[in-house]
Ligand binder design. Structure first.
Ligand code: 6R9
Length: 573
């Protein structure tokens, strides 16, 4: 699958590799070393200053079909207004402010507003239940949460347990339901618009965003990013998403996930691109209508969504005019070759796979317009990124093509995470022999293309979302009937993996469908719908190592029909 190279922003990949420097991206943005760099400013004020104030920044559509549009000048003023509001409350630069909202415009303005006043934005999925929320707010010692009326119930419930949280800001208060005394009403439409706001003078290494991500053990970790990440998010949006001035761009990701901030807010807006947001759940026809109505040209989505669209077939595609589309990209999970080939047949365009992580902050290994796609491969390192695979044990780069090792990246790219919040030891453990170790297995072929093999840990990737088994196991143990539990990923044709729980019940409790449903609901409410086990299997006792650790890998191997092999290694886990 080849395209005309001359048409893309990147041009020839080989030539770009030779010429590329991050300084070039800095120059394009007018950034000078040690000067102020603020993501909020770059996504709004700077676009206005460069003559694009009247250009549409955001086309937003709600689940009921309501449409709102905002120019870059609106974006500038709304983010100023929020920044000033937060400052007036007494919130300081460096404070963590959580965004706990659906994909409403205030979420996008809030994110940039927080950054403008020097705060650290902590976006969390509004689908999170109380416990998921509590763990992350406690860890970050979050001082304020911006939320909607509909999510207040969850916030109120955990409030007595969080000492640090001082401000609960309700962004859609219309007076219909009384707020509690400690809650603060904020309504963008009623607020005095702030025309001039002095952006907090953040510099390259000032913390910007805190994104929580799940690991195999322990609590979720807050990957801490800095304002300098902008350089990488800007230039990858330009070269990989291939964004141009006339594009209408749609990133389907929620900003609770890093894709929804790096490429659903920062990268595209720093390029002055018009973005569309659909605040509605997945439905093939709704998505196609959205593309048709807003004439979406560049679309960034995820394999689970693509596989769901594949399942719906060609019929819904024929009902809509999708000819505006010109470039499609994917992230979050392995993109099967079938999906790439199907999309080429269905939309006349292949999906271009991109690989990266919360920790990397921007795209690392990708397919580029103009470069030959090998369906099923993640592509090649972004220019400016040195990536390889290293031996599973020695962590030395593998010299022979086709050998499976760990994906490793040379530290130093602009959007690299700078720490895990309050957890420097784990952060440091990710760097071995001068490489950042991603925790994924892959091989590189003789042409330099990367092929994903799987994760190197027990983290479950369900529909592109990482779920930590430990967090679910801990929550399961809080259920009155559960004595022991082990949580693993189970293969699924659409979501790649779903959560499966093995449970040993306490004496006095009998296995039944009823109790399964109760437990599922318990997790859905406490953690999130994604973390809810889709399947529960009751065992009399869970398999354990001699030291008493549950052999999660053994249970996982069974689900995947894999050879269990030498259990002595499992016992050392
Ligand atoms: C952006 C994002 C990161 C993990 C990553 C890997 C998996 C992401 C992938 C992919 C195969 C791709 N992953 N992109 N696996 N092919 N193109 O997804 O961040 O939520 O931190 O997940 O997702 O396992 O290590 P995050």
């Amino acid at each position: 699958m080849e395209e005309d190279q001359g048409m893309s922003n990147m041009g020839s990949y080989e030539e770009k590799i030779e010429q590329f420097s991050w300084e070039q991206a800095e120059q394009e943005l007018g950034y000078q070393k040690d000067a102020m760099i603020n993501i909020g400013y770059y996504c709004s004020d700077r676009i206005c200053e460069t003559g694009r104030a009247a250009k549409l920044a955001l086309i937003w559509e709600g689940y009921s079909g309501e449409i709102k549009q905002y120019t870059f000048n609106d974006l500038r003023i709304h983010t100023n207004t929020i920044a000033r509001f937060l400052q007036n409350l007494g919130i300081q630069a460096g404070d963590r402010i959580c965004l706990f909202m659906d994909k409403i415009p205030e979420l996008y303005f809030g994110f940039l507003g927080i950054l403008k006043m020097g705060g650290i934005a902590q976006p969390l999925f509004s689908a999170f239940g109380g416990e998921s929320l509590l763990t992350r707010l406690e860890d970050a010692q979050t001082i304020a949460i911006m939320t909607q009326k509909k999510h207040l119930g969850k916030v109120r419930k955990i409030l007595p347990d969080i000492a640090f949280l001082k401000y609960v800001i309700v962004v859609d208060d219309d007076g219909s339901k009384p707020l509690q005394e400690s809650e603060i009403s904020f309504n963008l439409e009623k607020e005095n618009p702030v025309e001039n706001f002095e952006t907090f003078p953040t510099t390259a290494e000032t913390p910007s965003v805190l994104h929580y991500t799940s690991g195999t053990t322990g609590k979720p970790k807050g990957a801490q990013h800095v304002h300098y990440s902008l350089i990488a998010q800007y230039i990858t949006s330009k070269f990989v998403l291939d964004l141009n001035n006339d594009d209408i761009y749609w990133c389907t990701a929620d900003p609770g996930w890093v894709t929804g901030t790096s490429y659903g807010i920062i990268g595209p807006w720093a390029n002055g691109i018009t973005q569309c947001v659909l605040d509605a759940g997945f439905k093939a026809e709704t998505w196609y209508k959205f593309i048709q109505d807003h004439k979406v040209t560049v679309w960034y989505s995820a394999p689970t969504a693509i596989r769901s669209l594949m399942k719906e077939g060609l019929e819904p595609i024929q009902k809509y005019n999708l000819t505006s589309l010109r470039h499609l990209c994917s992230v979050g999970e392995p993109l099967n070759a079938e999906a790439v080939i199907w999309s080429e047949a269905a939309y006349g365009l292949p999906f271009y796979d991109t690989f990266w992580q919360t920790e990397t902050g921007s795209m690392m290994i990708c397919n580029y317009p103009g470069m030959k796609i090998k369906p099923g491969s993640m592509g090649k390192p972004f220019p400016g990124i040195t990536a390889t695979v290293v031996d599973l044990k020695s962590h030395e780069p593998l010299q022979k093509p086709g050998v499976v090792g760990l994906i490793a990246i040379k530290p130093g790219w602009p959007s690299m995470f700078r720490n895990y919040w309050n957890n420097e030891a784990t952060y440091k453990s990710k760097f071995i022999k001068g490489w950042y170790i991603c925790g994924d297995r892959a091989s590189i072929d003789e042409d330099g293309y990367f092929w994903f093999v799987g994760r190197d840990d027990d983290v479950i990737n369900t529909g592109g979302h990482l779920v930590g088994p430990f967090e679910i196991e801990s929550a399961l143990l809080e259920h009155e009937a559960v004595a022991e539990s082990a949580v693993v990923g189970k293969p699924d044709p659409v979501n790649m993996e779903v959560v499966k729980a093995f449970i040993a019940l306490k004496p006095g409790f009998e296995a039944s469908d009823m109790i399964k449903l109760q437990i599922m609901n318990f997790i859905r409410k406490r953690l999130s719908p994604l973390a809810m086990p889709q399947e529960i299997e009751f065992l009399d006792a869970l398999p354990k190592t001699r030291s008493g650790k549950i052999m999660r890998r053994l249970l996982r191997a069974k689900e995947w029909g894999e050879e269990i092999g030498d259990t002595s290694t499992l016992e050392n886990d």
